[in-house]
Ligand binder design. Sequence first.
Ligand SMILES: Nc1ncnc2c1ncn2[C@@H]1O[C@H](COP(=O)(O)OP(=O)(O)OP(=O)(O)O)[C@@H](O)[C@H]1O
Length: 303
Amino acid sequence: MNQDTQIARLQNVRKRYGAVTALDGIDLEVHRGEVLALLGPNGAGKSTSIAMLLGLQRPDVGSATLFDKDPQAIEARRRIGVMLQSATLPATLKVGELIRLTASYYPQPRSLMACAELAGVVDLLGRQYGGLSGGQQRRVQFAMAMVGGPDILFLDEPTVGMDIDARQSLWAAIRHMVSEGCAVVLTTHYLEEAEALADRVCVVAAGKVVSQGTVDALRAQVALRKIRCVTSVSETVISSWEGVASIEIHHGRKVIATADAEGVVRKLLAADYALSELEVQRAGLAEAFQEITRSTDTAKEAA
Ligand SMILES: Nc1ncnc2c1ncn2[C@@H]1O[C@H](COP(=O)(O)OP(=O)(O)OP(=O)(O)O)[C@@H](O)[C@H]1O
């Protein structure tokens, strides 16, 4: 990726709130048309990073730019769409009114119907915002985020409170925006959301980016693989084998995490001729993420 495609950037940003260091020299870049997922534990600094890129907070040190401008510049603000974790919207306004009002701030907004269809809120247009369920309100907030036809969408935990169907349709709407060239910065605690959507993942911990890359590259950083099988070999025996990181039982199957899948499979087959339902998988993003933040914690404790 080169500088020409870069549309948002944090450079060595530090931010303290009293005694709390929220951002500790964070560097982040967002490129045109990409989906960047920010992952990290509670309090890692994901929302503060987004607030910096939006100009809602100012860095103590370092710089934040949006389309090469100050994030508060009106030219930059007209090109963004935002869905933050907490949105306080007037409860008595109807959904259609809210979307129309938001559209009026943008020079070339989408039509109300196109936007409502994409966000799945057509049947809610005449309803008062305050009477909607949490998941419905999130869909309306998404409609408001994209009605301006933004070049970049900031979505802070967009699918919290949504059921599986609503989540899937929001993912489809996000993919649609991306297919039109819109970049997306997404924070999420749902790893499957990052796996489903993100071109690139940044793992943030203690106000810094501790790892970044494609979902596959991040997974590859973790050598662990998971072996699942039905076997009579006991947990005690398996956990005594070299290279076995953990063993659990799920629905009658043993699930073994190991960096030496071949070696462990050989031992299993030698010990249990009747072993069945054998599967070997690479670690998912969840395991990779845990492993990366755990090794960061260990490094911090050692320092
Ligand atoms: N306005 C504020 N005043 C005081 N402390 C703040 C403020 N905003 C953020 N913080 C602190 O800064 C740190 C980073 O917070 P931030 O909300 O960015 O984390 P996050 O990664 O988004 O967490 P979560 O996953 O829980 O949303 C936390 O310790 C938080 O308590």
